[in-house]
Design a protein around this ligand. Sequence first.
Ligand code: AP5
Ligand code: MG
Length: 210
Amino acid sequence: MVHRVVFLGPPGAGKGTQASLIARELGIPHLSTGDILRAAVAAKTPLGLEADGHMRSGGLVPDPLVLEILHERLDQPDAKVGYLLDGFPRNLAQAEALGKFSEVERVVSLEISPDLLVQRLSERRICPKCQSVYNLSTQPPRVTDRCDRDGTALVQRPDDRPEAVTMRLKVYAEQTAPLLEYYRKRRLLREVDASGTPDEVTARIRKVLA
Ligand code: AP5
Ligand code: MG
């Protein structure tokens, strides 16, 4: 089994949904830079105050801030056994920085059509407390608008507004998509069809990680 894994994929591909399941199965922590940044924004820490504007517009948070977060997180004891990175790296500079301090074993690219992404993002709701992810049509909560885990009222992410979604898709195409070639050249890339039900996608991911 691999223990140092990266999930790549455009906004809404299902990285977070799949990463939380697969990380549990592999016994490694699920590290989402997006989740860490959203928690910092909610707590109004200096990092959160700086990241907020970049995130709302759909742009990337500057590399030095994100690299600091990642170093700190990977230094924690639970990450000694490995990690499943979701949302990092997002550009070549981040991929090179990661390569300097850890040897990635597998990179899974979640492949999906732009139409499905826009639909998934417009219907997404999240729990602001525990960050659980729902979808109004495909993964609704048991009680309308309430988190299954802690009952908190669900919210829409500010960057799921249409203008920010357009920007995020552009940033992905320009800055993150080149990483597919970067990891393909290093023979680490595995492409997975991310359409279909969450269970179908999980089964495809399990196959490429075996
Ligand atoms: P981040 O939080 O990483 O967002 P993202 O990459 O845009 O991806 P998403 O979280 O939107 O989508 P996802 O692929 O996780 O899909 P999900 O599983 O939720 O980053 C946010 C921002 O933070 C960035 O824009 C940037 O500003 C900043 N940031 C983060 N990392 C950074 C970095 N390294 N460097 C610089 N800046 C950084 O699923 C989406 C929806 O679809 C949900 O509703 C879900 O229920 C549903 N769904 C999932 N799978 C299925 C399925 N198979 N069938 C039907 N519905 C499904
Ligand atoms: Mg996510």
